[in-house]
Design a protein around this ligand. Structure first.
Ligand code: DAK
Length: 259
């Protein structure tokens, strides 16, 4: 258990709150805490969507450099598999997820945001993968998820240079989905996923899995993943509710039960 990261649940939305002032630097404790809260958000029935939020000032300025500086090669070999798991655990939450970004989202902080489905940022936010300036490369999915999101050339520019991207550029290259005044970031992020709360949660889950798994494989395999998951939705009550509602009353929203 750690106080540095917690899950707060309200109105069907779980907020994963990073809380390690001043920069939410991601030390081993907070990384392990993220693993635990991602598991909690995954299993809790009262959580239909997730916001990852670092507070009003900063999202996260990356892994804790002061902690990393003391680590040897073998320390890192021993820890790196577990470390990478925290972004994998966030990416694997089978519910809509959004990063609500104020201030900096750098290095491991940017990688946490990349592991979410959507990113809502403040007008004065700065994102980047500055690891190169420390003599390392991104290690929690940055080379992979960033390239998939913005394309290989833009990802290489950001990773080779380590430069920070402002909100306007981030929006233009597809790194983020929405730019709002700093004071509105958390509310806007909640609104972005609130629209999925009360929906057919197993269909949403299947859709997320089909898209994410499909991006990892060739088209033929992706279509097969889609086919199997599509057929699987016929085992849910919400599939029957959605179709019966349309036949009886026309276009939705249907009174889904999340089952
Ligand atoms: N780690 C530790 N401390 C940090 C920090 C960080 N990432 N970022 C900031 N701080 C600390 C500063 O040292 C300073 O502490 P004091 O001097 O007050 O004790 C305090 O936070 C305030 O920072 P500044 O004085 O620098 O504040 P400024 O407003 O001037 O600048 C800044 C803010 C965020 C632009 C700047 O602090 C900065 O550039 N920070 C470093 C950003 C960075 O390089 N991030 C990437 C870190 S590397 C892995 C998975 C993931 C990773 C690695 C491995 N595995 C799976 C194996 C991830 C790696 C990274 O993220």
């Amino acid at each position: 258990m750690t106080d540095l990261v917690r899950l707060e649940v309200e109105a069907g939305i779980g907020t994963i709150r990073l809380d390690r002032p001043p920069m939410n630097a991601l030390n081993a404790e907070i990384q392990e805490g993220l693993l635990a809260v991602a598991a909690e958000a995954t299993t809790r029935k009262d959580v239909a969507a997730v916001v990852v939020y670092g507070g009003e000032k900063v999202f996260a300025a990356g892994a804790d450099i002061k902690e990393m500086e003391t680590m040897s090669y073998t320390d890192m070999v021993d820890r790196s598999v577990l470390l990478q798991e925290f972004t994998k655990a966030i990416a694997a939450i089978p519910k809509p997820t959004v990063a609500a970004i104020t201030g900096y989202a750098l290095g491991g902080g940017c990688e946490v945001a990349l592991a979410c489905d959507f990113r809502v940022v403040a007008e004065d936010a700065k994102l980047g993968q500055p690891e190169i300036s420390l003599g390392i490369i991104p290690g929690a999915g940055g080379t992979q998820r960033l390239a998939r999101l913005v394309g290989p050339a833009r990802a290489k520019d950001l990773v080779f240079s380590g430069r920070f991207v402002d909100a306007a550029e981030a929006l233009a290259i597809g790194l983020v989905d929405e730019v709002v005044p700093a004071a509105d970031v958390y509310t806007a992020a909640r609104a972005r996923v609130a629209r999925y709360v009360g929906g057919p949660s197993y269909a949403v889950r299947a859709a997320k899995e089909a898209i994410d798994r499909g991006l990892e494989v060739d088209l033929e395999t992706g279509l097969e993943i889609e086919r199997i998951l599509f057929a699987g939705t016929f085992a849910t009550r919400d599939r029957a509710i959605g179709m019966r509602h349309f036949v009886d009353k026309g276009k939705g929203p249907a009174p889904f039960e999340g089952a």
